[in-house]
Design a protein. Sequence first.
Length: 725
Amino acid sequence: MSIQYHAERKCFYLDGKDVTYAFRLFEKHPEHLYYGKKIPHEDLNHLHITGALSTGWIAFGEEETCPRCHLQSELITYGRGDYREPCVQVQNAAGDRLSEPLYVGHEILPEKPRMKGLPSMAGGETLVVHLRDDLTGFEVDLYYTVYDDCDVIARRAVYRNAGNDTKFLRRAYSFTLPLRGNNYDILSLHGAWVRERRMETIPMHHGVVSIDSKKHSSSDELNPFMGVLTRGSDEHHGNVYGVSLVYSSSYVLKAEGTMNDQTILTGGVNDFDFTWKLEPGEEFETPEVVIAFSSEGLGGMSRAFHDAYRNHLINPRFVRKSRPIVINNWEGTYFDFNFEKLKAIIDGVEGTGIDTFVLDDGWFGENRVDEKTGLGDWHIVNQNKLPGGLKPLADYIHSKGMKFGLWFEPENVGPDSDLNRTHPDFAIRVEGRKPGLGRWTMSLDLTRKDVRDYLVETVNRVIRENDIDYVKWDYNRCVTDPYSLGLPADRQAEFAYRYALGVYDLFERIINANPDVIFEGCAGGGSRFDPAVLHYFPQIWTSDNSDAEERTLIQYGTSIVYPLSSMSCHVSDIPHHNTNRTPSMATRAAIAHLGATGYELDASKFTDEIRAEVAGYNAEYRACEDLILNGDLYRLDNPMESPFFTYLIVSKDKNEAVLVAYRGLDRLGNPSHEYLLRGLDPNKNYRVEELDKTMSGAVLMNAGIYLRFAHYDFTFKKFHIKAVD
Ligand code: DGJ
């Protein structure tokens, strides 16, 4: 039993692999006591904080003061003397916005029930605490799930109108988590197109630190993640919390430094541009938030997320399966291709171990020669480029023993397309206004079932009729003009959440209809890299920037939350199309092979020599693939702080590891660097073939190894380390 209720103390204890979460009932209020490293189930009542946490003396009736305002509450609500960031605000029929849900019961479920329309972590023993406001009939269920194989707790709230009048949710966050003290730094992952997920740390202060998206997409601007780092902690040491939201539409995550030096974490669906009408009997389900804890610094927190997402979130059919090594034609040809050109690329990779050809943008529509026309016309294959349709290409690829991947962007539509001419009402727009065009397209109204039905039918037909084995699912703009013809006026502010439900329904129906097809997520690069998308797509194109040096930064930042196997990383051409840099093929492969991998260049130009080189890199990749899919990541050098980028990936049984040590610019002063390995077994001996040496784990971790880099930019060393008897 991972979840226990101690009736006398009225205390709930929830244990994950090496974490404990504890709260109790103080009168009828759920009072947070502890989240951190695993501890025994002792009496924790001394952790009750007395004194006003958020207000002066507020008394109600006979009470001396408001108990709720003093609590480290598991659910902060609005209007009754607690001025901290509320988790929920509900407007009652009378127009007041007060609620005071109190404990009425709880259940401990052996398995978490599936959420209705939202992706979430699977399984796990689950506690549901039922709260109710008797005056209004507003009910709240707080869900807590723990797993014995990872250091996270999954939380969410369900809000229900069990009263007789219509209510409006004006805010409906997923959780409140009060942390002790305010001695924290806040880490976020910010970015932009071709510069995704850069780490930024700021000191926690009094008041609210807030990160959010209003784009109806999690976006590359701020990932739906917040790290809360005990001051002084680092990559390898110290207590670190991480909050990761399983949601892809507009969201918010907040850390509030209160007047009494405590820190409250909260967030979920963004309450900006949000109101949800809750009729009697209806409920609103909030997205799940996954909260990791590690006493081993940021690295430990990342490993907790990697385990949680690999074990419980990502499609189990693919998460541990050997991945395709693809050749994608995008950067090789862009829109300018025909059957012969593609055939030459396919022939070009013969014997290299590349096993999947992905045909990117430009294969559909009457005249798609650039971004401006035809998006959405999946039912038409471009006759100028592929006169016989897709089938002859599919047959050719399959005859070579390769798999066939195809690009789609189902969620958007071009104004100059058959789809838009036939169904002008499908695109999101407000009557009388010109819809905003993003990359020459409009967003489809995915809140509408008829729009989704059309897409499911059309995309599934293309996949079925052409024996597609792999789909690259792109999404190149964010929603503007949020409005749906399918919603009444008083439900228009439900749009952002309903749009997310529509996106997930679309994913689910297309992916489930094609269970053997692997789907790769993409959003103009890595603009929608979030846990919800990862639930459906085991890998996501990490960035349109595939320059090896830039990728060290992007992949490092992405690994803060997401496992290596979720990052799609390709070797691209030189000079690089964004940066003009010219690292060697060996360096490009070393960085691109730290995830799900492939190549993105014109392989028809490969010479026999290059083919042999590529075959060597791919063989090496396959030899280390199990570590990429299942290993523990130790980040030894942060490229945001130095020219070095170092990953050490260790197998769970500690019998194998790979060390990739990269050095960017050659600054003359930095040819040599020391590496202290981590995560090995000190008592095992390890063979490091590349050094022609056998050393104990103790030596590798304490004395380490010392490497000298060549005197040119963008160089690396790679070691495959294996335990020996
Ligand atoms: C953006 C993607 O990130 C690229 O890889 C490519 O698929 C283009 N879209 C095609 O339009």
